[in-house]
Each structure stands twice: as C-alpha cells, then as structure tokens.
Ligand binder design. Sequence first.
Ligand SMILES: Cc1cc2nc3c(=O)[nH]c(=O)nc-3n(C[C@H](O)[C@H](O)[C@H](O)COP(=O)(O)O)c2cc1C
Length: 188
Amino acid sequence: MGKINVKPNNDYCPQTLFLYGTYDENGNPDFGLFCWFSYIWEGELGVMCCIGGSKLTKDNIKRSKVFSANLVTEELLPAADYLGCVSGKNPDKMKIDLDIGKGAVLNVPVLDKAPVVFELEVTDIIPKGDADVMLCKIRNVLQDESLSSDESVAQKLARIAPVKTTANTYLGYDGRDLGAWGEPMKKL
Ligand SMILES: Cc1cc2nc3c(=O)[nH]c(=O)nc-3n(C[C@H](O)[C@H](O)[C@H](O)COP(=O)(O)O)c2cc1C
C-alpha cells in the first residue's frame, strides 16, 4: 500500500494516559491529565515528559520538583477526562469525588484507584518555547498487590484496563472506542 505525505501529527500512535498529581502552594492537591510521557535510561529507568502552555501542574512541579504519575484506567476515565479538560486555575476544579492518598517516598498526592503510580523527582527542566521538557528520577512505584499474581501480563492488563489516546479519542486496552476527549466526563 502506498503512503501519502501529511503535516506533523501523531495520529494512529496511541499513548498511555497518566494523571499527574501535585500540591499547590497552599498544600491543596491538583491533578491534570497527560499523555506526553515516556521513558529514559540513565543507569536506571527514568521518565521524560513534556508540559505545554500555562498549567497549574507545571507551576507546582517547577516549585516543588516532584509529582506523581497515576496510570489512567477505564474506571478512572470520567474523572481523568474532566481533570484534563478543566484548568487548575479554576478554583472549583478539585471539588470532585476522588480518593486521594499520599506518596510513600515523596510528598506528592496519589490516586488510590490507580493500579500503578510513579513517584517522580524532576532533575532537569529543558525550556522549549512555551513548553517544558522534564527529565525525572523514579523514586518509587506504588503498584497494586494484585499485579503480583501469577496471571499473564495480558490477563493483568485486561483486568486493570489502562486507557490509551490518539487523535483526540480515548481507546480501551483492547482497542474499543471510549469516546472523544470531553465525552467521558459527562458521566460524572
Ligand atoms: C487526553 C488529554 C491528554 C493531555 N495531555 C497533555 C500533555 O501531555 N501535555 C500537556 O501539556 N497537556 C496535556 N493535556 C492538557 C491538560 O490536561 C489540561 O491543560 C489540564 O487542564 C491541566 O490541568 P492543571 O491546570 O490542573 O494542571 C491533555 C489533555 C487531555 C484531555
């Protein structure tokens, strides 16, 4: 099959979704939704991510240099979509029903319902226009006990059901269409 030339985009390249948890300057938790997240190697596994524009998450990370990255599952999707569509600069953003705990190693808010949570410390911030690329050390991974079972990786993923995204659309681990950005939050 032939190829066509198109403008820069990452459609058809699904990305894993995470909710980044930070504390604001008054110690109140904020969560935002992010997909520009991947991994680096620096003698050990690390994380790289990019936050564009002006966001409370970015302000909080720049101040504290720590955040949590909580894996988004189908169960969390309505809240995750809301947290990705509403700015943290809206003082009412966090007035929703969320089970929020604390990191085991870093001073970061975490989501009790996320089956995998990275506790991240930012070591490098690389400014790029109005975006910032951040390199992070993984100081801890909080992982549900159930992921230590003898099931296959495929069975465990099918059970926890992480959500992917591409082309402004949410997709299930098995490829089901879970709605356009802005739709799942209507179920809240
Ligand atoms: C599906 C989805 C993925 C997103 N991924 C990113 C991302 O990787 N980087 C980014 O800068 N913003 C991303 N956003 C936008 C932020 O989630 C959004 O600006 C949010 O309101 C930030 O919340 P905050 O102001 O509380 O930090 C994404 C939004 C959605 C809906």
